[in-house]
Structure formats: structure tokens, C-alpha cells
Write a protein that binds this ligand. Structure first.
Ligand code: ASP
Ligand code: MG
Length: 397
């Protein structure tokens, strides 16, 4: 929703869906840049602005767009009704700025639909039990859309965004990246948590939980986008791709503590203070011990590197460890695919591809549908392209 022209274009698009016989509930976000503008205003008054009043302010962005879109439809002779989150009654908990939806009263919406109206709902907002206005966190309109789709048992929740779908990897790193026709929720969650930010993660989790088919489409171009579902189509004979995508995360840092005694409680003593500092730990690795001592390595977000390092040095003193070292110039590369479950040898293929490029692997971790490696940041582009090519992602399907 960049401009009035865009709102008019969205109205035209909706009319197309309406004329094809669909009942429509439309969730809109604020005009682009508006939420940031409002946050800046708040910060001019109070640099620490957050909590209840920030939410009262931020929800105005969406109140503008729902009204404008409803007007654009009515002008074209299509009855429409706009509602704020409070009016629908989207009830959330009272965690201002990052509230979670608890329930949705959808009788009024259902009634409007029965009367042939297009219903337009302000995304990203709700009210707590005491009628305080809340917001759902940045990008929260995605979650509003999915939650409404679940409540209304919609056929599909379509999310129109500035990309035309989910790609095998970031096209800015690998121009050969290909749009996927379908991807499973599990894969999408892995891709998202690994840094491919197409949708708000919570929206994908929500859709998965309530089994709402989710489609990501471009708001600017026509196309089928990417459908996110539980399974690959209904044709069970169709072979699942081995690997669906290559994800990466630039914001990694690694810390190591050497020569700690290999006794119960040491891992807790090392990571306890890190957790207390609210620092999220990703990969964890403990070496096989030699001479009764061992080394312990873990990764954190790059922003937390200095704090984690200081905490680890303190622990090292207490544990009489040999030394603490770290590296904040590392990245994580991951291959993701549900096809991995039924195929052996994918990890070794991944390591072979990387070794052919002379890329040294610093850490490895695996899950059922993902293999991640940590490498020096200078290998990010090379590594992503080599894996994309090596697993034939540009040509698959
Ligand atoms: N306008 C809100 C934001 O910018 C919600 C959204 O865009 O989904 O975060
Ligand atoms: Mg958005």
C-alpha cells in the first residue's frame, strides 16, 4: 500500500476476485514507511517509547488504509466495510508491542459476507481483555490474515508482498534462484528462522497449527506465487525434491572456551549466565575430552557477541579454563528439505560440494530436515552458489 494509486490498484484486483464469485476478507497493513514514521515520531517525544501508548499510535497506520480501501471499493459500486482490530474484536494478551492473538469474534464478518460486502480488517492489531489497544509485532499483518483465515475456515490465505514467492535462495546472492511452486510449512519455518524473511514466522507457525493453506504472491505482478502446505500436492507419486532451498544467516558469531574440566554441570555453568543475559544460543558443540578437560563452542547473534564474550571470560575465571576465544566474522549456510528424511548421504554431498570450493567448515549441526554449517563470512556467496548448483536447484522440478 505505497500510495493512493496502489490502493486503487488493490481495489481493482479485489474486484477481479469478487467477480469470480469469492467472498473476501481483506487484511491490510499501513502505507509503506508509515509504521516507521510513527515510531520516529514517538521517539522524538521519548527515545525509549514503548508499551501501551506506542500501540495506540502505531495502530493508526492501518486505520487509514482500511478506510481508504473501503472507499475505493464503494466508489466502484462494490459494498465494503472496514473494521479495526478492536471492532472485529480480535482479542490478544496484554503484551504491548508484541501481543499474541487469543481469540477472534467473527460473527459480524460472517454476517457482512452474507450481505455481499467485502470485509476489510486492519492488520497488526487487537485489544486485550481490558480493551487496551495492542499490536502484534512488526510484520504482524501476516499473522492477522492467517488468524482470520483460520477462524473463518477460509479456502486459502493469500499474502501479497513485495516478492512474488518463496525462492530456492536469495536471488540477490544467487541470480539463478528459482521461485518454488510449493514448499511445506516445516521447510518454510526452517528457511524463515534461518534468515529468509518473506513472512512473519509467527504467521507461518499459526498457519501450520491450524492447517491454513498459505500463498505468497506479489502485490505488483500477476502470478501463482508459492503455496505453503502440509504436503507436496496430492499426487503421492510425485517425487519430493531432496532439497528445497539454501538458507543463510550473516549475523553469526562463535565463542569458544578451552580447557574446562569435563565434569557434570559445566555446560550449565557456561551457558547459564548467557541465558540469564537473555542471549539466545544457536549451535552448541562440546569436544570429546582429553586429559579430563574439554572445549566448549557455541554460536550467538552477532549483536550479542561482546556481551557473551565478557560473560564467558568471567565464567572462564571461575572454572579456571585455559582460554576464551571468539570469531564474529562467520556465517551459517543451511540446506533445507523434507526429502532429506528418506535419503542418506546428503550431508556428505554437502561437505563434498563445499570442499570442492576449498571452503573450510567450522561447525556442523543437523536436524531431520536441515543441515547447517558455519563458515568464514568471506565464503557466503561462493558457498550459497556452490550448494545451489550442486543440488541442482535452478533446474529441479
Ligand atoms: N504496519 C506494520 C509494520 O510495519 C504491520 C505490517 O506491515 O504487517 O510492521
Ligand atoms: Mg508487512
Amino acid at each position: 500500500m505505497g500510495s493512493i494509486e496502489r490502493i486503487e490498484a488493490v481495489a481493482e484486483k479485489l474486484i477481479g476476485y469478487r467477480d469470480a464469485g469469492n467472498d473476501l476478507v481483506v487484511v491490510v497493513s499501513a502505507m509503506s514507511g508509515e509504521t516507521n514514521r510513527l515510531i520516529e515520531l514517538a521517539q522524538q517525544v521519548d527515545p525509549q517509547a514503548r508499551g501501551r501508548e506506542l500501540d495506540v499510535l502505531l495502530t493508526t497506520g492501518e486505520q487509514v488504509t482500511i478506510a481508504l480501501l473501503a472507499m475505493a471499493l464503494e466508489k466502484r459500486g462494490y459494498p465494503a466495510r472496514s473494521y479495526t482490530g478492536a471492532q472485529v474484536r480480535i482479542t490478544t494478551d496484554n503484551a504491548f508491542n508484541k501481543a499474541r492473538i487469543k481469540s477472534i469474534e467473527h460473527e459480524r464478518i460472517t454476517d457482512d459476507l452474507a450481505r455481499g460486502r467485502v470485509v476489510i480488517v486492519a492488520g497488526f492489531q487487537g485489544v486485550d481483555e481490558d480493551n487496551n489497544i495492542t499490536t502484534l509485532g512488526r510484520g504482524g499483518s501476516d499473522t492477522t490474515g492467517v488468524a482470520l483465515a483460520a477462524a473463518l475456515k477460509a479456502d486459502e490465505c493469500q499474502i501479497f508482498t513485495d516478492v512474488d514467492g518463496v525462492y530456492t535462495t536469495d536471488p540477490r546472492v544467487e541470480p539463478q534462484a528459482r521461485r518454488l511452486d510449493t514448499i511445506t510449512f516445516e521447510e518454510m519455518l526452517e528457511m524463515a528462522s534461518l534468515g529468509s524473511k518473506v513472512l512473519q514466522i509467527r504467521a507461518v507457525e499459526f498457519a501450520h497449527k491450524y492447517n491454513v493453506p498459505l500463498r505468497v504472491l506479489s502485490s505488483f505482478e500477476d502470478g501463482d506465487g508459492t503455496l505453503i502446505t502440509t504436503e507436496y500436492g496430492t499426487d503421492k507419486t510425485m517425487e519430493q525434491p531432496l532439497i528445497s532451498g539454501i538458507a543463510f544467516n550473516r549475523d553469526e558469531a562463535q565463542l569458544t572456551i578451552n580447557g574446562v574440566s569435563d565434569t557434570p554441570g559445566v555446560a550449565f555453568q557456561i551457558l547459564g549466565p548467557i541465558a540469564d543475559a537473555n542471549i539466545e544460543v544457536d549451535m552448541i558443540l562440546q569436544n570429546v575430552s582429553a586429559d579430563g578437560t574439554t572445549d566448549f563452542t557455541f554460536t550467538v547473534h552477532r549483536n550479542d557477541y561482546e556481551t557473551a564474550f565478557a560473560s564467558l571470560q568471567e565464567t572462564a575465571g571461575e572454572l579456571k579454563a585455559r582460554e576464551v576465544s571468539g570469531n564474529n566474522k562467520i556465517v551459517k549456510l543451511s540446506i533445507v528439505g523434507v526429502g532429506m528424511r528418506s535419503h542418506a548421504g546428503i550431508a556428505s554431498r554437502m561437505f563434498e560440494i563445499l570442499s570442492n570450493e576449498g571452503i573450510n567448515i567450522l561447525m556442523i549441526s543437523t536436524s531431520e530436515i536441515k543441515i547447517s554449517v558455519v563458515v568464514d563470512e568471506k565464503y557466503l556467496e561462493l558457498g550459497v552458489r556452490a550448494l545451489h548448483e550442486g543440488f541442482d536447484l535452478a533446474g529441479a522440478n
